[in-house]
Ligand binder design. Structure first.
Ligand code: ZN
Length: 161
C-alpha cells in the first residue's frame, strides 16, 4: 500500500466538480486501499479523491463506529432531514476548524468498489462526515459553509475530513 500526498488548499482540483467513476477494476480497488491507508495515517475520518489529486467521484469515510469503512462511489443524496451544527475540520485545511450546519439525517445512494449500487442511511456525525466528503466531489469546501471559525488551540484532537 502507498501513502498518498494530501492536496492542501488552495488548489484547482479541490474546487473542481469531479467526473463519475466508470471503471470498476483492480486499479480502483488499489486506489481505495491507498486512500484508506492515507486517511488513517493522517488521522482523518474521511478523504475524497480530489484531496489526493484525482478528478473522480470517489470518497471514503470511517468514523471508527460499527459501520467501518464506507466507500462512496458516484454518491447521490436521496433525502435529508433535520439539522445539526457542529465543528468540522478538513485534511486539506490543516489547523482550520469551524462550525457548520448540515442536515441531521440523510439517505444516500452510491456504488461500492465492485460497482454495485447500495442505499445507506446515516445521522449525526456520520451524516456530517458523508456530506462533507460528497461536497468535495462537487468542488464545495467546508469553508464556504463555516458560520464561525474556532481557534485550533481550543480543539485538541478534533476530527478532520
Ligand atoms: Zn475535507
Amino acid at each position: 500500500m502507498t501513502i498518498l500526498s494530501i492536496v492542501k488548499h488552495p488548489a484547482d482540483i479541490l474546487e473542481t466538480k469531479c467526473q463519475p467513476v466508470k471503471q470498476f477494476d483492480s486499479k480502483l480497488k488499489r486506489l481505495v486501499r491507498d486512500m484508506q491507508e492515507t486517511m488513517i495515517q493522517a488521522d482523518g475520518v474521511g478523504l475524497a479523491a480530489p484531496q489526493i489529486g484525482k478528478d473522480m467521484r470517489l470518497a471514503i469515510v470511517d468514523i471508527e463506529d460499527e459501520h467501518g469503512l464506507i466507500v462512496l462511489i458516484n454518491p447521490e443524496l436521496l433525502s435529508s432531514e433535520g439539522s445539526q451544527t457542529d465543528i468540522e475540520g478538513c485534511l486539506s485545511f490543516p489547523d482550520l476548524y469551524g462550525e457548520v450546519t448540515r442536515p441531521n439525517g440523510i439517505k444516500i445512494k452510491a456504488q461500492n468498489v465492485k460497482g454495485q449500487f447500495y442505499t445507506f442511511e446515516a445521522d449525526g456525525f456520520l451524516a456530517r462526515a458523508i456530506l462533507h466528503e460528497m461536497d468535495h466531489l462537487d468542488g464545495v469546501l467546508f469553508t464556504s459553509k463555516v458560520e464561525k471559525y474556532i481557534p485550533a488551540e481550543e480543539l485538541k484532537g478534533a476530527d478532520e475530513e
